[in-house]
Design a protein around this ligand. Structure first.
Ligand SMILES: *Cc1c(COP(=O)(O)O)cnc(C)c1O
Length: 394
């Protein structure tokens, strides 16, 4: 532990030197299977030739220039994202929380346009949107908020996957301007709405009826992870605003807030900005990531390998009372155990596997989208072993 680092993380006693594909290597050249991708970030795994080439070439040309100028790489990436999302415009930033801050500002602008002086945003229990004051205020769960009061006001919290509680608010004229929700909750424990399509459809209907913006936080579930470009595309619903980050640059820091026409029109020069956001280097990584996803059919691969992993786990733990449920869409996989299981992370490390535990008792898998069949099977086998070891020592 380095005392010169602010103690924001309790770190595992290991560090890595390099990576290749789904593998990372420590100083002793011991190799670990990466089932986490730096929390859904390394879409293309490690040391992907296309990505490395794109950012090396870009670094030689131009790393940063200000948004005071036109940036070609930014335009190319924006065009791609607009096409894939069928939305209208993109604001680039450097992280998920920044993308969400932009979305929250759009929701506020929209509220004011509706004639509401102090507009509220409906957010979810178990939701996670980041660590800035705005996004931590929007996040559910006291653990992110405790000690940081006063929080930002203007959020109304409702249970996730519960339409009734929103309908009650919509009837009462609660000065709302938007619903802000992760289509699939990541940090909250890989929570997938029971009837995904119906839930999103209802959210859309309520927003239409009340002139609210529907904002999807796809920072974790976007960019091919669930077997579609964006998780909401498993339904027919389109949001007014969508935020992205994690997997977008495959490791280079980049975030995006994407808006439809209505939401785009709320913005004008001077109302929002970012010094680094959308710089040529970050955008070149975004372009390379999206290109590789297309070229290597990684979205299809995410569906297939996700199924393979989950099928093995389901078979291994069928009728096991210690497993509450196995939830997944593509390569976004959560295994909920009956008891807190953070120890699984250390057991996995011993077995040369990188995983994470979220919401105390949910093992979270977010492997790179380039994972192949052999590696997916190995991942499932190693994890099975980890869970069995954990349960045997309960
Ligand atoms: C990780 C995450 C964020 C925050 O992203 P940062 O890049 O850490 O700011 C926001 N929303 C969701 C859904 C996330 O998973």
């Amino acid at each position: 532990m380095n005392k010169n680092l602010m103690p924001t993380y309790s770190r595992l006693p290991i560090s890595f030197e390099k990576g290749k594909g789904v593998w990372v290597f420590d100083k002793n050249k011991t190799k670990y299977l990466d089932g986490l991708s730096g929390i859904a970030v390394n879409t293309l795994g490690h040391n992907h030739p296309g990505l490395v080439k794109a950012i090396s070439n870009q670094a030689k040309k131009l790393i940063h220039i200000s948004n005071y100028y036109h940036i070609e790489e930014q335009s190319v990436l924006a065009n791609k994202l607009v096409k894939l999302s069928k939305l209208s415009s993109v604001f680039f930033c450097n992280s998920g929380c920044e993308a969400n801050e932009a979305a929250i500002k759009l929701a506020r602008l929209h509220g004011h346009k509706l004639g509401i002086d102090t507009p509220n945003i409906i957010v979810m229990e178990g939701g996670f949107h980041g660590r800035t004051m705005g996004t931590l205020s929007a996040s559910g769960g006291r653990k992110y908020q405790a000690g940081f009061e006063p929080l930002m006001s203007g959020f109304i919290r409702v249970p996730f996957d519960n339409i009734d509680s929103i309908e009650k608010i919509s009837g009462k004229k609660n000065k709302v301007s938007a619903i802000f929700v992760e289509p699939i909750q990541g940090e909250g424990g890989i929570n997938i709405p029971n009837n995904f399509k119906q839930y999103l459809k209802k959210l859309r209907q309520i927003c239409n009826q009340n002139k609210w913006l529907l904002i999807f936080d796809e920072v974790q579930c976007g960019i091919g992870r669930t077997g579609k470009w964006f998780a909401h595309q498993h339904s027919s619903v389109k949001p007014d605003v969508m935020t992205l980050a994690k997997g977008l640059g495959s490791g280079m820091p980049i975030g995006a807030c994407i808006a439809n026409k209505t939401a785009t029109q709320l913005m004008e020069p001077g109302k929002h900005g970012s010094t680094f956001g959308g710089n040529p280097l970050a955008c070149s990584a975004g372009i390379a990531t999206l290109n590789a996803i297309e070229k290597e059919s990684l979205i299809k691969n995410a569906s297939e390998q996700g199924l393979l992993i989950v099928n093995i786990l389901r078979k291994e733990f069928k009728n096991n009372k210690n497993i509450v449920s196995i939830r997944s869409l593509g390569l976004m996989i959560g295994i909920e155990l009956r008891s807190p299981c953070s120890k699984c992370v250390n057991i996995a490390l011993e077995k040369k596997l990188l995983i994470n535990v979220t919401a105390e008792n949910v093992i979270r898998l977010l492997p790179p989208l380039i994972i192949n069949k052999t590696e997916a099977k190995l991942l499932a086998d190693r994890l099975t072993n980890v869970i069995k070891t954990f349960l045997n020592n309960l």
